[in-house]
Design a protein around this ligand. Structure first.
Ligand code: SF4
Ligand code: SF4
Length: 281
């Protein structure tokens, strides 16, 4: 159970608490201002990623102090958690509406649209969060092929997310000033800032999933399809026994490997049931 479950979930899984999606939270002016600034490109530091990369060059003691400060700030403002597709399904069971928007990270890193982000709300048509976005500079929402904020039926959104998973994208749930949850993204390490920060630059801005992957050695054929899609470098291959193996210290529990395994050899189990991974967030 991560910090947020203790702080914002009253001991239960924090992103399964309906109150954390509440429309009331959007009447908080600080939160509204944060969201407005967050999604306004001129306020975003385009060089954020370079700053995170510079952290690696600092002496270890200074680096650990700066990292702790940045993580503390991110936990208050914009922090995430990896979620398996079953958890996305449970979240969809809580909320009233789902909207699809262009990905803001990819707008910043690639300069073009990619529609892989989903707003979730207890209100209709994306609720007040969508209302806030509609009031902003919407250049990132309205690219040449983008219909802007698009309300999608939950089953359609879930099918699209399963497809994202087969492409190697990992589902992540995000706060906009904790504990308010505004959306679910589908991330990869190449283009998404949160994954680059957390995995490449060692600046964690998201928790690992409540789950972790386990390979059934009897079913595994050693095809290595799973290794090609893991963004976290958590899978290795043993030439001696021709099987894939999960590095528990690296696995974020996203389930992307499971989605591509042709032998159904990968299961997700509860992180807390695996002693070596239970305390790793
Ligand atoms: S994709 Fe499945 S069968 Fe292939 S190596 Fe990975 S676990 Fe084994
Ligand atoms: S090994 Fe872990 S981190 Fe890698 S794809 Fe599988 S579940 Fe995700």
């Amino acid at each position: 159970m991560c910090d947020f479950c203790h702080q914002h979930g009253e001991g239960r899984t924090w992103y399964l608490e309906a109150k954390n999606y509440s429309e009331d939270m959007l009447s908080d002016l600080k939160r509204r201002r944060f969201i407005e600034r967050f999604f306004t490109p001129r306020h975003r530091r385009a060089h954020d990623d370079r700053e995170a990369a510079r952290l690696r060059k600092l002496p270890p003691f200074v680096r650990s102090m700066v990292t702790a400060g940045l993580v503390h700030r991110q936990k208050k403002e914009h922090f995430g958690q990896v979620v398996a597709i079953e958890e996305v399904e449970r979240i969809f069971g809580l909320v009233q509406s789902v909207v699809r928007v262009a990905c803001y990270c990819r707008h910043l890193t690639l300069g073009r649209e990619h529609r892989a982000c989903y707003g979730v709300s207890l209100g209709p048509n994306g609720g007040e969060m969508a209302g806030i976005l509609r009031g902003l500079d919407r250049s990132f929402l309205n690219g040449p092929n983008s219909p802007g904020i698009e309300t999608v039926p939950k089953d359609e959104a879930l099918a699209a997310m399963r497809e994202h998973e087969r492409e190697g994208l990992c589902h992540t749930v995000w706060t906009f000033r904790a504990p308010f949850i505004g959306g679910i993204c589908n991330c990869d390490r190449s283009d998404c800032l949160a994954m680059r920060w957390s995995v490449t630059h060692g600046l964690p801005v998201m928790f690992r999933a409540e789950t972790i992957a386990v390979v059934d050695r009897d079913l595994c054929s050693g095809c290595r399809a799973c290794m090609r899609v893991c963004s976290f470098g958590a899978l290795s291959y043993s030439a001696a026994d021709r099987k894939a193996k999960v590095d528990l210290s690296r696995c974020y529990g996203c389930g992307v490997c499971r989605a591509v395994c042709p032998k159904d050899a990968i299961r997700l189990v509860e992180r807390k049931s695996v002693p070596a991974a239970a305390g790793l967030w």
